[in-house]
Design a protein around this ligand. Sequence first.
Ligand SMILES: *Cc1c(COP(=O)(O)O)cnc(C)c1O
Ligand SMILES: [Zn+2]
Length: 421
Amino acid sequence: MSTELANGTVIRAGAFGNATALSCRECGTKVDLGPYYACPECFGPLEIAYYFPRITRAEIESGPRNIWRYKSLLPVPSDIEDSPNMEPGFTRLLQANNLGNALGIDKLWVKDDSTNPTNSFKDRVVACALSAAREFHSKVFACPSTGNLANAVAAAGARAGLKTVVFIPSNLEKPKQVNSAVYTDSLVAVEGNYDDVNKLASEIAGEEDGWAFVNVNVRPYYAEGSKTLGYEIAEQLGWRLPDQIVIPVASGSQLTKVDKAFQELIALGLVEDKPYKVYGAQATGCSPVSVAFKEGHEIVRPVKPDTIAKSLAIGNPADAVYVLDICRRTGGAVEDVTDDEIREGILLLARNEGIFTETAGGTTVACLKKLVETGQLDPTKETVVINTGMGLKTLDAIADQVGAAATIPATYDAFSAAGLS
Ligand SMILES: *Cc1c(COP(=O)(O)O)cnc(C)c1O
Ligand SMILES: [Zn+2]
């Protein structure tokens, strides 16, 4: 049975898989599945509600080596693999013994999402948003972005044959601008910070018909994509949950959805129920959630971002209160680190594990270090840290700190004199 939206768009039966409705996170009001994101009763955020059938590990394991192996847990149709998309996910979960030794942690894994098609975890959320945009017959695939999202939207839109328009703060790192502009001729640099860009996008979404802003009016569908990080970590650990997980926080969507994924896996009996602690990582120059956590506040005061971790530079995070709630409820914490510590975090991961992360990953690794040092994270427990992005996109952050150890003439004598052997 198909359904019709208010604007006459017909949604085919099964367009959203096992999803049954949109449900308000604040008051529980249910809304039909459509391009809606705010509760008509209280303006709270809408999220996807499901009715899951019995789902087995074997069914999932026989699926493709990308996020669609979890399609029965996502708001996507069962034939999702047939539509051109970036096929993100199933990235490596690496045991990180060297980094563990350096930080004094017994058992540490890095979930390395820098190897996704456009080199950040955003390919996961965009793949789910793309599916929704298709089902809504959207004309334009768009986003406000701190950089990585624009890269993922531009690439996925190109592959899907959709018109894409991506909006970024005009002071964004050059590599992130180029990484969008190669895929689309509609990169819009907005004078202002991300929060200004986001406000403009909400305005356009309200005025123009047929625009799917992945993280605005199709945000409920987009956000579900982050659950696949949680599913993969559990599956790759041998169908069990870690004791502790450290996740970077910009809007907070990823952190809340990894927790939702763990809860679903427990509810479906796919992993054993056990306590786990969720930790959020922020840059001190944009740490509204960390500040609220430390001060014991229930509400989060917006800030003006000033940090090299631009992909995390959201001064007014949409999911901040849910991050606070999850980190408090699970016994975790939210921590923040300075720009110098972020650079040190990038080098720690690179020199110990051969993984070049961007400033967001530097933030997460540096927060992991600080959490151990301050006794907030138990170094004897199994710990996962998520690397969400790729260092080549933020070269400038680290370029002054690394380089040639020596510049020498091409002679053995010169090499010998340089003292490198
Ligand atoms: C967007 C982004 C994040 C944070 O995502 P939220 O879901 O908004 O909290 C983390 N790391 C990188 C590299 C990102 O691009
Ligand atoms: Zn509501």
